[in-house]
Design a protein around this ligand. Structure first.
Ligand code: AN7
Length: 408
């Protein structure tokens, strides 16, 4: 196992603590698959969770774990029919310990921090990363420092970071400002950085791909979907999931890597812009905006990895409006019983748009990643839906309010 720069190809020893190469390129963990002992069949009795795949993870000792992963993969027949695809599944990452996919990356990231003897971990966050880092730091007995963009973090996420004991700083600036600050804090002052520029984080998140394959086999479907649709913010997750599928292909577990499809909010969409214009690098969005605060990011640090993932897998990047996001959130909740936060609904909104355009074809097996739970952001729900109907504590009045409903 070693670290490799995705730009210049330089190899780094695993003892390297830096997250980037001397050329500033992003690093990726590479395995020698001729030495890896891993068979999905041998593990068929083990239910999916992150550490089921530990032979393909860079931690050898006992991990700092809170039983993350093992999230449900739901077949969504009603939306499937509406969109006109062969099979549609939603992987509900909101069912992780803190209610988002970030837990998969953090169990590995904090386990690595523990191996290094780290006292204090740090991150900038639009919310979910901070909640997740806080629980694993708590479990590991480490201090946690969190930088949040003031006024733009959903309430549930702030509550989690506070409750689990992180030192929470509300930065007067956006996520991109906070990320620059925390990177400097870590490189100059010796805190351990746990944003997704840290390649150990992405190792954990790649297990989304492994689990999906595992679960599709259980459904009796194809092993690998044709397309995976992922909401994109700092662009770590789409890169990580791609890496997972690529590794399963290298191990001959699957034949094809799915088309990686990244969805951004229309006013926070530098990757979509670079994809459309065929640019090698993104042009940062200076004042990103969206109701989906989780992906309110203008300068995604993993953009080079994400563009590679999308282009090499023959996928696409597409943007959706806030209105499309909120409608998809409501429809997923009411048609399929799956409650997600706005950023997660971007994947469903993107599916609809790409299916309408004909980019997604009728014979495709599609997996949408629902990245975070509905309860993360109750305030947006309250703002977008009518409030409960208030009634007197009187039977006749109450019944009158329900008179339009069908009865058996
Ligand atoms: C629900 O918590 O960036 O493209 O600081 O919380 O890997 O960044 C959150 C990102 C999608 C985008 N959905 O993932 C943070 C943070 C939800 C998220 C994303 C996030 P990346």
């Amino acid at each position: 196992m070693h670290l490799e720069c995705i730009d210049c190809g330089k190899k780094h020893d695993l003892s390297t603590v830096a997250n980037t190469c001397s050329c500033d390129g992003l690093l990726e963990i590479r395995y020698d698959f001729s030495k890896v002992q891993f068979s999905l069949e041998d593990l068929s009795a083990v239910p999916p969770h992150v550490w089921k795949y530990r032979e393909l993870l860079p931690i050898s000792g006992v991990p700092i774990s809170l039983m993350e992963g093992g999230t449900p993969l739901y077949r969504c027949k009603r939306l499937e029919e509406e969109c006109g695809v062969k099979e549609l599944y939603v992987k509900h990452e909101g069912m992780n310990p803190t209610g988002s996919f970030k837990d998969r990356g953090m169990t590995v990231g904090v386990s690595r921090a523990a191996e290094l003897g780290t006292k204090t971990v740090a991150c900038a966050s639009t919310g979910n990363t901070s909640a997740s880092m806080a629980i694993y730091a708590a479990k590991a007995g480490m201090e946690a420092v969190v930088l949040l963009p003031q006024g733009h973090v959903a309430l549930g996420k702030v509550a989690q970071a506070l409750m689990h004991g992180a030192k929470v700083l509300s930065v007067r600036g956006n996520f991109d400002d906070a990320l620059l600050l925390v990177q400097r804090l870590c490189s100059e002052k010796g805190f351990y950085l746990l944003n997704s520029v840290n390649p150990y984080r992405l190792e954990g998140q790649k297990t989304i791909a492994f689990e999906t394959v595992d679960q599709l086999v259980a459904y009796g479907s194809e092993k690998s979907p044709d397309r995976v649709i992922v909401p994109v913010g700092n662009a770590g997750n789409v890169s990580a999931i791609y890496k997972g599928y690529k590794e399963f292909r290298e191990l001959d577990i699957i034949e094809d890597v799915p088309m990686m499809t990244g969805i951004q909010a229309s006013r926070s969409a530098p990757i979509v812009d670079a994809f459309r214009r065929g640019l090698a690098e993104i042009e940062p969005v200076i004042e990103p905006e969206t109701v989906a605060t989780a992906i309110r990011i203008g300068n995604p640090i993993n953009a080079p990895k994400a563009l590679q993932a999308i282009r090499q897998s023959n996928g696409v990047a597409e943007s959706v409006t806030d209105q499309e996001i909120l409608k998809a959130q409501k429809d997923l909740a009411r048609l399929e019983g799956i409650g997600v936060e706005p950023a997660s609904a971007a994947s469903i909104a993107g599916l609809r748009k790409l299916a309408r355009q004909g980019t997604i074809e009728r014979d495709e097996i599609v997996v949408c990643i629902a990245t975070g739970h509905l309860l993360k952001d109750p305030e947006t729900v309250i703002r977008s839906l009518s409030p409960p109907t208030e009634v007197e504590a009187d039977f006749d009045v109450l019944y009158e309010a329900l008179s339009h409903l069908e009865r058996s």
